[in-house]
Design a protein. Structure first.
Length: 198
């Protein structure tokens, strides 16, 4: 009989501790949500309820917009020399990568869920060998006259061009690394001109 009050007391203590812990966790979550609120307000693809949606750009004016993105693939010097010499097992590596990048830019809206389909007017893919890496640097320039920018198209073009190089050369070297994919420059639109720091 004497053990019951102890058990009840222990239960009350545990309840208090659990309540305090849960309260602390709940408070921490609320604090994090409050701190993240100003940032969330800047995310154009997230509405006031925190749900993802496609941005309505119908009220924006049509302007010329350009985006440049870059990335690199790093490989062994022997692999780089082989690709430059045109001796890769699957044929014209750089030609295929260039074409893949152009096609990817045109299909970005079908790969990235909230991107708008855009009437792209220009896609240029430059692939340059860099012996200092060793490897290749890929740069994509995308242009459109429209109501939204083409940063995602440029990034997608670079990514797919680099992946194509990897795919065509992986039989020789599987340890190649794709790195440094980023927006290098963009112009047009309300946010104006942007250029990444070197």
């Amino acid at each position: 009989m004497a053990s019951r009050p102890k058990t009840a007391a222990r239960g009350a203590k545990n309840g208090t501790e659990n309540g305090t812990k849960n309260g602390t966790k709940g408070g921490a979550k609320k604090a994090l949500a409050k701190a993240a609120a100003p940032l969330a307000n800047k995310l154009s693809h997230i509405d006031q309820r925190g749900e993802a949606h496609m941005v309505d750009v119908s009220a924006k004016p049509q302007t010329e917009r350009v985006a440049v993105a870059e990335g690199k693939i790093i490989m062994q010097a022997e692999t780089l020399d082989m690709v430059i010499a045109g001796n890769a097992l699957k044929g014209d590596v750089l030609g295929a990568a260039r074409l893949a990048g152009i096609m990817a830019a045109k299909r970005t809206h079908s790969l990235i869920p909230l991107c708008h389909p855009l009437p792209i007017t220009k896609v240029t893919i430059e692939i340059n060998p860099e012996h200092a890496l060793p490897g290749f640097e890929v740069q994509a320039t995308v242009k459109v006259t429209g109501q939204t920018g083409v940063e995602m198209e440029a990034l997608t073009a670079v990514s797919v061009a680099l992946l194509t190089i990897y795919d065509m050369v992986k039989a020789v070297e599987r340890g190649m690394r794709i790195e440094g994919i980023r927006v290098l420059e963009k112009s047009g639109g309300r946010s104006g001109h942007y250029r990444a720091e070197k």
